[in-house]
Design a protein around this ligand. Structure first.
Ligand code: SAH
Length: 227
């Protein structure tokens, strides 16, 4: 198929994004860099935002939610330490972009979104882009997706008060979980949790981040201040 000039234009911006926003800031994992060289981010943002698809920040995707900054997607994916072939769970499908990046690397991606309108749109976009290994469900992701557990890696792309117990229990021994955690719904530290044995979880702080709130049974309540 012949590439249109707009596709070429986006491809050039995508290449520049990987170089200037990811490699320049220390992302080193080739699987992550290659995945982000492939996924057409412009397809995952609303049409009116397409020109901004490769800018260095989050973008609105409707329902008061955002698609994360490319660097944050890369940082979180790198912290999952994927080698290929894994089963991965994502909480907070949003646009489906991070799920597509994960689906480029892992064998199967299970992703849950609380807002049905976003879950439907993301499932359509992922289908249109041929990501048959990405499975979208509408629901409360703080409880995980028990039927398909355990997962080698879990990523939560919204900020919660603590790592949900259900998610810890759905991680394989040796598995990694990455999530923004904070006592305020809108400011968090990005943490990586490694399940080193059945009942031992080792936590590393990866730095300050700002995510939309994780709202659910094991997250914030809709009535919590500032939501
Ligand atoms: N990974 C997304 C970014 C999504 S922003 C992307 O690549 O575009 C975080 C998303 O988490 C929002 O869409 C929000 O609706 C969703 N969310 C918040 N609480 C949730 C919960 N308990 N379960 C599932 N999704 C949740």
């Amino acid at each position: 198929m012949q590439e249109t000039s707009s596709e070429k234009h986006h491809a050039a911006r995508r290449e520049a994004m990987v170089r200037d926003q990811l490699v320049a800031r220390g992302i080193r994992d080739d699987l992550v860099l290659d995945a982000m060289r492939k996924v057409p981010r412009e397809r995952f943002v609303p049409e009116m935002e397409r020109d901004f698809a490769y800018t260095d920040g989050p973008l609105p995707i409707g329902a008061g939610q955002t698609i994360s900054q490319p660097y944050i997607v890369a940082l979180m994916t790198e912290a999952l330490q994927l080698k290929g072939g894994e089963r991965v769970l994502e909480i907070g499908t949003g646009s489906g972009y991070a799920a597509a990046v994960l689906a480029e690397i892992a064998a199967e991606v299970f992703t849950i979104e609380r807002v049905s309108e976003l879950a439907d749109r993301a499932a359509d976009t992922l289908g249109d882009q041929g990501y048959v290994n990405a499975h979208v469900r509408h629901g409360d992701g703080t409880l995980g997706w028990a039927e398909s557990a355990p997962y080698d890696a879990i990523v939560v792309t919204a900020g919660g008060p603590k790592v949900p117990e259900s998610l810890k229990q759905q991680l394989t021994v040796g598995g990694r979980l990455v999530m923004p955690v904070g006592t305020n719904p809108l400011f968090q530290s990005l943490v990586q949790v490694v399940r080193s044995s059945d009942d031992q979880f080792d936590t590393t702080d990866l730095g300050a981040v700002r995510f939309v709130a994780l709202v659910g049974k094991e997250g914030w309540q809709e009535s919590d201040a500032d939501l």
